[in-house]
Structure formats: C-alpha cells, structure tokens
Write a protein that binds this ligand. Structure first.
Ligand code: M6R
Length: 352
C-alpha cells in the first residue's frame, strides 16, 4: 500500500534515502577509496555508448558526462534513434539504462549493439528482466519496486549506480570525493525532504501557462527531467533547456506567466554563466525559482529559492532533482491530476 501517503509517487519520493543506501550497500570499500561491483570483472571500456528512453535517457546523459570527465569517450542515444548511431568501436561498451528492463526501444537498441559486436550492459531495477538476461553484464540499481508511472526514486538510484559504474570502470578524477558525495546523499535527501518549500512554490505557480527548467553540465539532465516530470503528471507545457541555449530561441517564450526553474550549483564558472542566463529571464519579468546550494548570487535574481545542501556537483544533481520532483508532485496535486496513473502513459512501454 501507500503507507499513509496520498500517492505512490510521494511515497516513492520519500523512499529515496533508503533506495540510495541500498544502491551503495556493499559496493564501496571501508575506506571509501574504491568501488567493488559484482559482475563487472575487470571491465575497462575504451568508449561507452548509452541507450535509453525518457527519464532513463536523462540519467544516461548524466552517465556519459561522468565517463567523458574521466577521459573516456562516451555518448548517449535515444534508444529509438540508435539506428543513426555510429558503430561501437574497439572495446566499446553499450549500456542500456532501463528501470523496467522491458522497454522495447531499449531492448531493440541493445540487440542492435550486440549485432554490431559490442559488449552490452543493462543498468536496471529489475532482476531477471529481459535486458538483464540478454546483456553480457547487469548492474542493479536496487531502488525497490516503483508503482507510480512517473519515475522518481529510480532516477536517483540510476544516477548513483552510474557513478558506481564510472568509478568501477574508468579513471575517475578524485574518486574519494565522489564516493564521499554518494555516501552523504541519503542523509542529505532526507534533510531536504524534511524541510522543503516545494509545496508552497508549487501552489504559488500552479496556474502558470508553462514552465521552463534550465541547468548546465550535470544539472542539464536534471532540467530535462524536471520538465518531463512536470508535463507528465500536471499535463501542462514544460520544457527543459541547457541554460546557455535560452538566448538561442526559447527566450522568445519567456513572459511573466512562465516560471523558470534554474538549477545553480557551486560558485564556479558554470554557476556564474547560469546566473547570467537567469538575469536574462528575470529582465523579461519571468518568475525565477532557483534550486541552489546558495554558493552563487543567484538568489539575488530569484523570486523563490529551493535549497539543496552543499556537496559535489555530481551528487547535487540528485538533490536538485528531488526538489523538482516535489514541485511537480504538488503542482499536479493542486490541479487534481491522476498522479500515479497519468493519462495515456504506461509504466513499461513494450512497443516500439
Ligand atoms: O523502464 P525504462 O526505464 O526503460 O522506461 C523508460 C521510460 O519509459 C521511462 O523512464 C518514462 O520516461 C518514465 N516513466 C517517465 O517518468
């Protein structure tokens, strides 16, 4: 059952601390210096192609960034567009990110990859799923069953699992810091859940005409995911952009009726540039909601702030996403939507 929550989605949002702990359990050594993952062996791919759909595609975009930062060429493809991908070369690994392990588009891309001679891996929540059985390797995200059609806890667990995968198979820079960031996550997500202003923000903007989400670097997939969640459960128009792309077109849509959610983490170059983009939307009178660790001056240009604890940029993506999940959830609730079973959508999409 829903354990006292109004919806499975809210229950599953609140299960994230536990899901994240499960994902890490037994996979990080005592000293926090290395990861040890069953079924990876001594895999060290010379390149990685990710294939996935929907929310899992957003996780895969993030996964490819982790590899690229470690100096390994990596690309992400929508599974349904994999036919246009270049053939995997050398010791390339093709990773299907799929919560259910049964998504037809993803299965078909993985089969194509195998046909092209690549080694394949499923990053999945479902033991014994078709993807897990058909791939050479399976990495389980261990989020526990997710009933809500909208993916919530599985996205957080995918991000954590992809960090473990990169740590276990690529020369990730400063692994101890990344591992420390992952270990801090369950407690930080709990603290955020206990003290979020998301429902007040949702209520304030629930009648808006459309919603935009922007982020850069690791926060770009979070912006895309924030928008997908919003459209899927509220039925309102929402779009996610790379923060830098706003001025290349979407800015034309920005008005005082289009709240812009901006994810801004840290105080470095990336944050500074995103704050610059935020100033542009603020100048068009758009309400700005900053999702931030408070280290930049974005709050000066924001109408509302959703705080996240300070951590590494990789881990911050999980935290920022939790705030956006809550905003979508409470907006949908305020609008009286069918949150756990949105119209026209299915939990597992088994047709191409
Ligand atoms: O089971 P999968 O991860 O392969 O599912 C892929 C998408 O259908 C899925 O992530 C979908 O976008 C989410 N349910 C949206 O919340």
């Amino acid at each position: 059952g829903k354990s006292g929550y109004d919806h499975f989605m809210l229950k599953e949002i609140h299960e994230q601390p536990r899901a994240l702990r499960q994902c890490l359990r037994g996979r990080v050594d005592e000293l926090g210096a290395a990861v040890d993952i069953e079924d990876l062996g001594d895999l060290s791919p010379t390149g990685v192609q990710f294939v996935a759909c929907g929310t899992s595609y957003h996780a895969a975009l993030y996964g490819a960034q982790l590899y690229r930062r470690a100096g390994i060429p990596a690309q992400t493809f929508l599974a349904s567009e994999y036919a246009t991908a270049p053939p995997p070369i050398g010791d390339a690994l093709v990773v299907g990110v799929t919560q259910s392990g049964e998504t037809a588009d993803t299965l078909s891309a993985l089969r194509e990859a195998r046909h092209r001679g690549a080694r394949t891996m499923a990053v999945t929540n479902t033991v014994g799923s078709t993807a897990a059985r058909e791939c050479d390797h399976a990495l389980y995200i261990r989020a526990g069953p997710e009933i809500g059609v909208a993916a919530s806890k599985t996205f957080a667990s995918q991000l954590a699992a992809l960090n473990l995968l990169a740590l276990g198979t690529a020369p990730v820079d400063r692994p101890r810091e990344t591992i420390a960031g992952l270990r801090d996550l369950p407690g930080q997500v709990q603290a955020l859940l206990d003290d979020s202003r998301a429902s007040a923000v949702a209520e304030q903007y629930q009648d808006a005409g459309a919603y935009f989400f922007v982020g850069r670097g690791h926060q770009y997939p979070v912006a895309l995911e924030g928008a997908l969640k919003m459209k899927e459960i509220t039925y309102k128009h929402a779009e996610g952009f790379a923060a830098g792309e706003l001025k290349h077109g979407p800015l034309a849509l920005v008005t005082d009726d289009t709240p812009v959610f901006a994810v801004v983490v840290g105080d470095g170059e990336q944050a500074r540039k995103t704050v610059g983009n935020v100033k542009e939307v603020e100048a068009r009178d758009a309400p700005v909601v900053a999702v931030t660790d408070g280290r930049s001056d974005v709050e000066r240009y924001a109408d509302e702030v959703l705080e996240i604890p300070e951590t590494h940029p990789e881990a911050a993506a999980v935290l920022a996403n939790v705030q956006l999940q809550l905003v979508s959830y409470y907006t949908a609730k305020g609008l009286g939507r069918s949150i756990d079973k949105p119209r026209n959508l299915a939990k597992s999409v088994t047709v191409e």
